[in-house]
Design a protein around this ligand. Structure first.
Ligand code: HEC
Ligand code: HEC
Length: 307
């Protein structure tokens, strides 16, 4: 455990804990039982000051039940510090720790679901898709890990996170491509064209892109610019390139919005959509369920590549 104190600090904590415990216990015992305290008590009783003729100082020793109560907590403290972590690095007789508790829960979990997990690992995607229970489990995994960005229904959000329910796949819609997207993440790289193109060319090319899906005509003033600067990624016909994550611009589905203003903003500022990698956060079975869930409308029968 990297954040545990080193040996010096561990020893220091033990010394402080034991010292303050001993001092506290000693002072409580001395209040109740030391000879000096008893003598002072007695002297006070015999020589009780009286003020203003009838006003007595009054005196009462702390009650005994209080002492037993404090003694009980002291005993509890000693037992606790022997059983559980509390003295520096000493783990306690029970060797209890949050880590081991999580581990033992996880072991139970593995045991309980081992059969189901084996079934899932051995099924094809279409078998999983046909099983309502597996699809519900997949929906739960999506809801916990993906919905904050892609939305509960996976229909995308805020023109920032792509719709996963439409037919357009920026990075490829095969089971293999989707699995790769989830495992490794994706970073889109569309540079800002502000410094490269002047305002007129940006206007023209934005107009050209906006009209592409509606069947752009040859001879459009933005066509030459598109061919020169954009076609290398988006393709001469604007149909995109899944290897680069360059989306299809020649249809009516848009990640960042298809009106002229949104298109212009994209071109001027660039876009760098980032899909995080889930390889370390989800296991093979969870990823397989997600792939099956995301492709359930396509009813693919491809096996997810085994890893
Ligand atoms: C932090 C936000 C975030 C989370 C969480 C997230 N994603 Fe994404 N995801 C994105 C962004 C942004 C993109 C688009 C990347 C780009 O612009 O190329 C994306 C893209 C994708 C794509 C590619 C879509 C395409 O058209 O090719 C898939 C598939 C996908 N995500 C699935 C998932 C799944 C499954 C999960 C949960 C395990 C998930 N995402 C969690 C932000 C997120
Ligand atoms: C280096 C490759 C590359 C070049 C060159 C390039 N793009 Fe892109 N473009 C991308 C990628 C990758 C994305 C996806 C960005 C994202 O997902 O965040 C994108 C996204 C877009 C979008 C947003 C599409 C949507 O669905 O919202 C538009 C519009 C666009 N590009 C237009 C252009 C234009 C116009 C040019 C030429 C001036 C151009 N691109 C040049 C790679 C490129």
């Amino acid at each position: 455990m990297a954040n545990m104190p080193n040996d010096f600090w561990s020893g220091w904590i033990i010394v402080l804990t034991v010292f303050s415990f001993v001092v506290m216990t000693w002072s409580i015992f001395s209040i109740y039982f030391s000879r000096k305290a008893k003598a002072a008590d007695k002297a006070l009783q015999e020589n009780e000051p009286v003020w203003d003729e009838t006003l007595r100082e009054g005196h009462a020793a702390p009650p005994m039940w209080w002492f037993w109560f404090i003694l009980g907590t002291c005993v509890f403290t000693v037992v606790y510090l022997m059983m559980y972590p509390g003295l520096g690095k000493y783990k306690g007789a029970m060797e209890w720790s949050q880590d081991s508790r999580v581990e033992s829960k996880y072991a139970n979990f593995e045991e309980r679901f081992a059969d189901v997990r084996e079934t899932i690992a051995a099924s094809t995607l279409s078998e999983l898709q046909a099983n309502e229970r597996h699809m519900l489990a997949a929906e739960g995994i999506f809801s916990r890990n993906c919905a904050m960005c892609h939305g509960e229904d996976a229909a995308g959000q805020a023109a920032l996170f792509p719709n996963l329910m439409d037919s357009e796949w920026q990075w490829g819609g095969s089971a293999e491509a989707i699995e790769k997207t989830i495992r490794e993440g994706r970073t889109a790289n569309m540079i800002a064209w502000r410094g490269v193109l002047n305002a007129e060319s940006i206007d023209q090319v934005a107009n050209y892109v906006a009209s592409m899906g509606k069947g752009a005509t040859h001879g459009h003033p933005g066509e030459a610019t598109f061919g020169q600067y954009c076609a290398s990624c988006h393709g001469a016909d604007g149909r995109g390139n899944e290897m680069l994550g360059a989306p299809n611009l020649a249809n009516e589905e848009w990640l960042y919005g298809g009106d002229l203003n949104a298109i212009k903003t994209t071109i001027v500022r660039g876009r760098n959509g980032e899909m995080p990698a889930f390889n370390d956060r989800l296991d093979d079975v969870q990823i397989k369920l997600l792939v099956a869930w995301l492709t359930r409308d396509l009813m693919l029968d491809t096996q997810v590549a085994k890893h």
